[in-house]
Design a protein around this ligand. Sequence first.
Ligand code: C2E
Ligand code: MG
Ligand code: MG
Ligand code: MG
Length: 292
Amino acid sequence: HAKQKGKNRFQVYHPSMDIESYKLFTLEQDMRKALVNDEFILEYQPRVDTKTGKILSAEALLRWSHPEWGRVSPLEFIPVAEESGFIINIGEYVIRKVCRQLFDWKEKGLSIVPISVNISPLSFLKNSLVSMIKEALDEYHLEAELIEIELTESSLINYSENVISVLKELGSMGVKIALDDFGTGYSSITQLKNYKFDVLKIDKTFIQAMDKTAEDAIITANLIQLAHGLNMKVVAEGVETFEQFYSLRKNECDQIQGYLFSKPIPPSSFEQKLLIGSLKPQNIKEDNVFKG
Ligand code: C2E
Ligand code: MG
Ligand code: MG
Ligand code: MG
């Protein structure tokens, strides 16, 4: 029923106010309360081995359950948080929560996998990012290899020198770095020379057009080759169809992340998947997709 409420949600409180400005204004204030009141939660979306379906890692994705509005998408609140700088607090919250979660899973005897976390470029401008991550890892007795940072490519353009030096520090600690949403920003290829990323995540706009246009299929196939030539692992984002999956497998893409295998899911559901250890495409009739 969140949807029902959602329809008039802003008018209820401020009938005279323009919806967009009211939203921005309250979003900002409510986000600060949300951290204290524990309204943010993390979901985990598995990344599987293209050849076997084995769960190799997962991406932590932030969700906000607002007391009056219901679920607010990160696409709505992350940009607002970036504008105000509050994204730095969110970044710390997510890192700590993920480390805590990994610790809890380890305590339960689960075989844990590395978790990737989206970190805003703004956090990279703060001197304390490296020490914050180090402290969180230490507190929960975790190896740095269990955390991967996902950075969006556009961020490298604006803050290049600072960002690169922080990346190098994190990299030498053992934290893996992924270049997120590859292909959607500017001068993509140039960025690959500035830092030796561990992982390249091909944006879903390419993946989802692969089975529609020949150009997208060719671009994707060649991006995979390019990344492999530079010693990076490749993750395809937003894989929804068998056609996309088969074609990515044919082109030796390393990992698949997308609704075809799993949506982002709450920790308890992810735990169940970890126990099994591997996934199959959903709603599939054939049993042996990974044998052919
Ligand atoms: P992203 O980092 O590129 O994350 C992948 C997005 O693609 C997620 O959207 C995920 O739910 C969605 N996705 C995955 N598989 C599929 C699929 O098969 N089909 C479709 N249509 N979508 C798929 P989500 O969770 O809405 O997050 C959106 C963006 O918000 C993220 O994009 C990321 O940029 C940002 N974000 C999310 N959580 C955080 C966070 O904790 N910190 C920061 N700084 N940004 C975050
Ligand atoms: Mg990401
Ligand atoms: Mg992405
Ligand atoms: Mg993104």
